[in-house]
Design a protein around this ligand. Structure first.
Ligand SMILES: Nc1ncnc2c1ncn2[C@@H]1O[C@H](COP(=O)(O)OP(=O)(O)OP(=O)(O)O)[C@@H](O)[C@H]1O
Ligand SMILES: [Mg+2]
Length: 237
């Protein structure tokens, strides 16, 4: 069984700014993209889902296998234990640690051989740079490592914050292939994107559109570009 995280009417204020204004969404089960321009509130939404940020109004529920957490218990380590992996925006790799050591930090001890073999089966390139330090990895390699790191505890829901940002088209293709093989393992994907959906369309079923802290679309990913109001708010055309 998968993990589900639901937000209902979530409001977040940072300083004087209302960053989220009544966000409701459901993650898990289906593969989902959250799309919105820079500053729309994507990362903030993920931070609420993960328990890194408390809304001043609204509710969050996370459940997995009959275990149900309500807002008071939504804390990052508890959400992770429920089976949620997180790939933060900007990758956040330790530059002075090797790829393997980066994985071990997330795992909490040395990585069992079967976990490493499973990661190699999903991300074959990882083998090539497993002993290289973070600072010597290319952008694409860092992103592959960031994905691997989020997988070490074998999550059922993988949340990725703009994993394709700033990557060359060839590398985007590689990462998309990696994400497809992760889906085939039964892991649900929740991904954010700030531009066109062309790159993620084959990965996801459902799209949420966000603009200035408001959800402006929810439905099949094919429908979002046909929704004139949503399109204008998300892409400005
Ligand atoms: N720590 C913070 N301090 C001040 N303002 C913040 C902070 N975090 C977010 N904001 C503001 O909240 C709004 C939403 O930010 P958020 O990072 O969620 O957007 P985003 O959709 O992830 O954007 P991007 O595509 O650039 O990553 C922005 O206007 C941003 O400036
Ligand atoms: Mg962001």
């Amino acid at each position: 069984m998968g993990v589900r995280i639901s937000l209902r009417d979530v409001w977040v204020r940072i300083g004087p700014v209302e960053v989220l204004r009544g966000v409701s969404l459901d993650a898990g089960g289906e593969n989902i993209v959250l799309v919105g321009r820079n500053g729309a509130g994507k990362t903030t939404t993920l931070r609420v889902m993960l328990g890194l940020l408390k809304p001043y109004r609204g509710s969050i529920v996370a459940e997995s296998n009959g275990v149900k957490l309500d807002a008071g218990r939504i804390q990052p380590h508890v959400v992770a234990r429920l089976g949620v992996g997180y790939v933060p925006q900007g990758r956040m790799i330790f530059p002075d640690l090797t790829a393997l050591e980066n994985l071990e930090v997330s795992y909490g001890s040395s990585l069992p051989g079967d976990v490493l073999e499973w990661l190699y089966s999903l991300i074959p390139d990882l083998k090539r740079f497993i002993d290289r330090k973070g600072r010597y990895l290319s952008g694409g390699e860092q992103q592959m490592l960031a994905v691997a790191r989020a997988l070490v505890k074998r999550p059922k829901l993988l949340i990725l914050d703009e994993p394709l940002e700033g990557l060359a088209p060839r590398i985007v293709k590689t990462i998309v292939e990696v994400l497809k093989s992760i889906e085939e393992e039964g892991v649900s994907i929740f991904i954010t994107e700030s531009g066109s959906l062309a790159r993620v369309r084959e990965l996801v079923d459902i799209a949420y559109g966000i603009d200035r802290g408001e959800i402006v679309y929810k439905g099949p990913v094919e429908g979002i570009e046909r929704d004139e109001k949503a399109r204008a708010r998300i892409w400005g055309f």
